[in-house]
Design a protein around this ligand. Structure first.
Ligand SMILES: *Cc1c(COP(=O)(O)O)cnc(C)c1O
Length: 230
């Protein structure tokens, strides 16, 4: 099942790239393995998957211990400041920075570990009250502040679009985030650190790719439906 799913997702990513006149190498697939058992991740690993996305600190810690060390772990979920210390040395990228307090904590922990943390700013493009993320108009001032932190590299932007039946309904959200991403890239002329636009999930990743996503986060489409009852 996993193999067929991965093949299908890979084909659809390629087709979306073709439609948009983009090269497949411009889009990184994050396999979102949250709630799934280690054995399933191992199976994906054996099929060549090396980039996993998780949204819970404890789950990253457990899976990090249990699986090979050449895996890239991406923190895609809401991150509490008091838990930054548990994952700062384990994750490749934090997709979900949405407050100055969190950015300051990441700066402090990264300094302690003598490293630079790569982060994305999470943007609540659709202004959904149920979602985390900066409002669109907060992003540039926030970026200008955090890009001065010596132990943080702001690599780009991330959004979680609303769940919609028809993915076309999210196209304007992806287009808006892409516009903001281009604005921020222009402020970053000296060094080329801003290069990631993380948007698109199982239901809408093809539209996201057409609108410029450089990372798509796909869970259900690869690992099947999640069971939260256990
Ligand atoms: C769960 C999750 C995903 C993957 O969602 P699917 O619809 O299963 O592909 C992507 N991004 C974030 C932030 C998530 O929490």
């Amino acid at each position: 099942m996993l193999k067929d799913n991965l093949t299908a997702v890979e084909r659809r990513i390629q087709e979306a790239c073709d439609r948009a006149g983009r090269d497949r190498s411009e889009v990184t697939l994050i396999s979102v393995s949250k709630t799934k058992p280690v054995e399933m991740l191992k199976e994906a690993y054996d099929l060549g998957v090396r980039i996993f996305g998780e949204n819970k600190v404890q789950e990253i810690r457990d899976k990090y211990e249990a699986l090979p060390k050449d895996i890239e772990w991406h923190m895609i979920g809401h991150l509490q400041t008091n838990k930054v210390k548990y994952i700062i040395d384990k994750v490749k990228l934090i997709h979900s920075v949405d407050s100055m307090r969190l950015a300051e904590t990441i700066e402090k922990e990264a300094e302690k570990h003598n490293r630079t943390a790569d982060i994305l700013l999470e943007v609540n493009v659709a202004c959904e009250t149920t979602k985390f993320g900066l409002n669109t108009e907060e992003v540039i001032p926030f970026y200008e502040k955090v890009s001065l932190f010596p132990h943080i590299n702001v690599r780009g932007l991330m959004t979680i679009a609303p769940f919609v039946e028809n993915p076309e309904n999210n196209r304007s959200i992806f287009a808006d985030l892409h516009k903001l991403y281009v604005d921020i890239k222009e402020k970053n002329i000296d060094n080329d650190t801003v290069s990631i636009l993380s948007m698109g999930m199982t239901n809408d990743y093809e539209v996201a790719i057409e609108e410029g996503a450089t990372m798509v986060r796909i869970g259900t489409g690869i690992f099947g439906a999640r069971d939260y009852s256990k």
